[in-house]
Design a protein. Structure first.
Length: 195
């Protein structure tokens, strides 16, 4: 076999391996697969259940992974003290009144979406968000999301931080971002379309 035919054969095999590797099914990242209803209920109480795919990112800028979990909680205030988390409402705070003791009683326009919330764990130590004693836990209520994406956002000039971008419920393709400002979670409407 000549050198050029051998090189061509080797290139064909390499290309085939590359194409085969690209067609293999992807599996959830270990962080996502470690989160199930048992994890959610242990961390946030028995009234909460997983409804979407979790996202891992450093939300509070401390260099340790945090997690955002889309969930449905039928009574978010009930397990707050026992599970050691804070219920917060940055959405209604943006519009003037965000006391979760009151705003958790507001009924959603869509009965199917009633109780949708975001569960956030700020990680601590080498186990990050999986730590038995995380830095902090938050349950965000009343955010009218259809889907969320956690990605970097630009703050001021050249400073970036992680934000939770949400495509909101409603006919106008509204998009918002919820982010940690160093003290609390804040909500900011952005306009329309996440694409």
């Amino acid at each position: 076999m000549s050198f050029s035919r051998f090189t061509l054969l080797l290139a064909t095999v390499a290309l085939s391996c590359t194409l085969f590797a690209q067609q293999l099914p992807t599996h959830p990242a270990p962080a996502e697969s470690a989160v199930d209803n048992d994890f959610v209920q242990k961390a946030f109480g028995s009234t909460c259940s997983l409804i979407g795919t979790p996202s891992v990112a450093d939300l509070d800028g401390d260099g340790i992974d945090d997690i955002v979990i889309p969930a449905k909680c039928t009574n978010p205030m009930m397990d707050q003290a026992e599970a050691n988390f804070r219920v917060v409402d940055p959405y209604n705070s943006f519009f003037g009144y965000g006391n979760p003791k009151v705003t958790t009683q507001f009924a959603s326009d869509d009965p199917e979406r009633r109780g949708y919330c975001l569960l956030i764990i700020h990680g601590a130590g080498s186990q990050a968000w999986r730590s038995p004693t995380p830095k902090a836990k938050f349950l965000i209520v009343n955010l009218p999301f259809k889907q969320i994406v956690v990605k970097k956002m630009m703050v001021k000039k050249k400073k970036t931080m992680m934000g939770i971008f949400a495509e909101e419920v409603g006919g106008d393709d509204a998009v918002s971002v919820t982010f940690w400002d160093g003290r609390k979670y804040k909500y900011q409407p952005l306009g329309s379309s996440m694409e």
